[in-house]
Write a protein that binds this ligand. Structure first.
Ligand SMILES: [Zn+2]
Length: 229
């Protein structure tokens, strides 16, 4: 007699558990946050060139090539694949950019590279000094997105998650797109010894920045000083 009544009860319990599991799965709106380690060369030459850049370009003397990040700068790579971007950042020495070669032999790079499908790769430890944004490298963590004027929704989600991750770990005050960097000329944050050393940038696009900012509004990060609300 006992089992006759217990069976429907068990079915009900199983149904409840199944419903709970599916609710949990469905309510997880964003994919699991994961960073894949994919280190580029970080040898003695890169360290020495970084220290040289810090003193000659930013006027900052340091004994180790690390930064206290205050800012995140978002970029696109312009090159179309993860491999091409990795190959671009991997060498310590810059070889194929005559426009910026005279300023330093240090190759360009960033700690984070986001692939088209939103996969996040860490190329260097978060706070290693990297060359990616004139005038602001000494305080800015760079995030590069594979692509150009066509960044994906998956990259948008990944950038939002990465900005949240970095804001939790460091005293980040600013979030900008690379195209906004020259707005900091004349502010206390700008540190570049040659006022004529400037490049023109449009990455990662105004629309992409608008979308990232909309999703991290609660973090209250500052943007360009010219766009201050
Ligand atoms: Zn850029």
């Amino acid at each position: 007699m006992k089992t006759r009544f217990a069976l429907p009860k068990l079915r009900c319990q199983l149904a409840c558990i199944a419903a709970l599991v599916s609710l949990t799965v469905c309510s997880a709106q964003s994919p699991v946050f994961r960073i894949i380690e994919k280190p580029i060369v970080f040898d003695e030459e890169r360290k020495l060139l970084s220290l040289d850049y810090l003193i000659r370009r930013h006027g900052i003397q340091q004994s180790a090539p690390y930064i206290k990040p205050k800012m995140i700068v978002l970029h696109w790579t312009a090159v179309p694949t993860l491999q091409a971007a990795f190959d671009l950042f991997n060498p310590s020495v810059l070889t194929d950019r005559p426009d910026i070669q005279a300023a330093s032999r240090l190759n360009i790079s960033v700690p984070f590279l986001v692939d088209r499908d939103g996969t996040i790769y860490r190329l260097l430890p978060d706070t290693v000094f990297t060359r990616h944004c004139i005038g602001l490298n000494y305080c800015a963590i760079g995030i590069e997105n594979v692509g150009n004027n066509n960044l994906t929704d998956a990259q948008l989600d990944a950038n939002v998650q990465l900005v949240r991750y970095l804001k939790q770990r460091y005293a980040i005050e600013y979030l900008i797109g690379h195209y906004e960097y020259k707005d900091f000329i004349g502010t206390p944050l700008w540190k570049e010894t040659d006022s004529t050393y400037l490049t023109s940038k449009t990455d990662p696009g105004k629309e992409f920045m608008k979308n990232v900012r909309r999703q991290v509004k609660d973090l209250k990060l500052k943007g360009s000083p010219l766009q201050a609300e």
